[in-house]
Design a protein around this ligand. Structure first.
Ligand SMILES: Nc1ncnc2c1ncn2[C@@H]1O[C@H](COP(=O)(O)OP(=O)(O)OP(=O)(O)O)[C@@H](O)[C@H]1O
Ligand SMILES: [Mg+2]
Length: 232
């Protein structure tokens, strides 16, 4: 169970004077997908629609269909604002205990997640003292503590350096879930994702498997440059 299907999906925020997503048809099933596109093209909005936040939190109107089978977890771009507890251990314990896990289960899950995300050493440090990259890992650990079938990440490479980005790619490669990443910067995730969906002004302008994107010249480091220009 990790299927996302949108059929002729339109969405607008309550204050929008036009449709932001316009006729999106996507079927994503147990894949890792990057949703790329320029500023304002609708990447974040699409993640909000898939996570259910768009209509439930932002309001607005929707046409067409969205079918999501499986549990979603969404890590927003400003994940920092959503960490509520003073330390990562407390944050994770709070979320896990809220799901009804016993004390022993909570401890085991914290161990598993902190090992997966490489945050074991900082579990008891003040969140305020952690680097952006470390806080992001706490946010991703929190999302994974919900045992999602579908993990949605909004611009996860925005706040981290190239080394952190490569480490994050490795971590995400070990996550057993459908993953959808909204991202401008594509150079780090070529090996992680199976598929590229390109949005332009709320419309899917390209949708294809990464392996099928043509490489015209071996000199071109990353073939998506052909599609996206230098933006990637
Ligand atoms: N809460 C909101 N209320 C009204 N309009 C919004 C809201 N959030 C986004 N928009 C508008 O929806 C459009 C798509 O924005 P969105 O944030 O989805 O784009 P994006 O592709 O994620 O851009 P970026 O690369 O800058 O993150 C933009 O015109 C934006 O101004
Ligand atoms: Mg965005």
């Amino acid at each position: 169970m990790a299927l996302i299907e949108t059929i002729n999906l339109y969405y607008r925020y309550p204050t929008s004077d036009k449709w932001i997503l316009r006729g999106i048809n996507l079927r994503i099933n147990r894949e890792r997908v990057v949703v790329a596109g320029g500023t304002g093209s609708g990447k974040t909005t699409l993640l909000r629609v898939i996570s259910g936040l768009a209509v439930r939190v932002y309001g607005g109107s929707m046409l067409g269909e969205v079918r999501v089978e499986g549990r979603t977890a969404y890590v927003p771009q400003n994940f920092d604002l959503y960490i509520l507890m003073p330390t990562a251990r407390e944050e994770l314990a709070y979320i896990l205990a809220s799901q009804g896990l016993s004390v022993v289960e909570v401890e085991a899950e914290i161990r598993r997640l902190s090992d997966l995300l490489g945050i074991r050493e900082v579990l008891d440090q003040s969140i305020m003292k952690l680097s952006m990259g470390q806080r992001q890992r706490v946010a991703i650990a929190s999302a994974l503590s919900l045992r999602p079938d579908i993990l949605l990440l909004d611009e996860p490479f925005a706040h981290i350096d190239p080394r952190g980005a490569l480490e994050l790619v490795e971590i995400l490669a070990g996550v057993d879930a459908t993953i959808i990443i909204a991202e401008h910067k594509l150079r780090y995730i070529g090996d992680l994702v199976d598929r590229l969906v390109l949005l332009e002004d709320g419309v899917v302008s390209y949708d294809g498997l990464i392996g099928e994107i043509p490489t015209l010249s071996p000199d071109i480091e990353w073939p998506l440059k052909l599609i996206l220009g230098d933006d990637c």
